[in-house]
Design a protein around this ligand. Structure first.
Ligand code: PEP
Length: 248
């Protein structure tokens, strides 16, 4: 099934008031590509200003706490993200799985809370290089997926999966088209097994060093329904050619 593509930017820990003009430039240019969904996941503290700057354009968070509220110093709840103007959030990014030691169970809880509150979710999975070299990438990523998936999904708010090989993030290296196709086919099969027909409609994004120079090749791979883009999403001049590749 051919799904409408989603190209989401992950700004990570980048973005100040002075960068709002770049967000405006991206949102404005995205209007020229009506066949593609575009979103930007920005630092939590920038969400409100970004959402006000680009009304109607999807702004997301990069993490969410699994609890509704409470004694969780420094954390952000799903209702806070929505209150600030976010319509989606990333969960389970490898930089949080590694840096904050987030487990599959926590990521599942975060995804469930976000969806229950009405936030779309981009749930990240991906293997380290040693695992790929041991030919265990597919089994490892499927195990991560099994442990992190929410029990229930719906079309709105949406769950999307981002396959992000950790060794490809910010390195300029990417898997071959065959490797991406093999992983995305395995993820699609597992999602269909888990959710039935709804699993066929879950978008599976590829992430890891996507640039204008490799985007078209990546989007041509079967079951690649878009991209999660880090470094190349910070500037409209780098990001929009990727959106254009998804549109063509
Ligand atoms: C990411 O961290 O989600 C990512 C895909 O980063 P980059 O595009 O910079 O590799």
């Amino acid at each position: 099934m051919e799904l409408r593509k989603l190209v989401a930017g992950n700004w990570k820990m980048h973005g100040l008031s002075t960068d709002l003009a770049e967000i405006e430039a991206i949102a404005s240019a995205a209007r020229n590509f009506r066949g593609v969904d575009v979103a930007l996941c920005v630092p939590a503290i920038l969400i409100e200003r970004a959402a006000r700057a680009v009304p109607g354009f999807p702004i997301g968070g990069q993490d969410v706490h699994e609890a509704g509220e409470g004694a969780h110093t420094g954390c952000t709840s799903a209702r806070m993200l929505i209150d600030a103007g976010a319509s989606l959030t990333i969960v389970g990014h490898s930089e949080r799985r590694e840096g904050q030691l987030e487990s599959d169970a926590e990521i599942k809880a975060k995804a469930e809370t976000a969806i229950e509150c009405g936030l779309g979710v981009i749930l990240c999975v991906g293997e380290i290089l040693e695992v790929r070299e041991q030919c265990a990438a597919v089994s490892t990523v499927l195990a991560q997926l099994d442990g992190s998936l929410p029990d229930r999904i719906s079309t709105h708010p949406e769950l999307a999966i981002a396959y992000e090989p950790i060794w490809a993030i910010g390195t300029g290296k990417i898997p071959t088209a065959v490797e991406i196709g093999e992983m995305h086919a395995a993820l699609r099969a597992r999602l269909a097994e888990r959710y039935g027909a709804e699993g066929e409609r879950v978008r599976i994004l590829y992430g890891g060093s996507v640039k204008s120079s490799n985007a078209a090749e990546i989007f041509a791979v079967s079951n690649v329904d878009g991209a999660l883009v880090g470094g190349a999403s910070l500037k409209a001049a780098d990001f929009m050619p990727i959106v254009a590749a998804a549109a063509s």
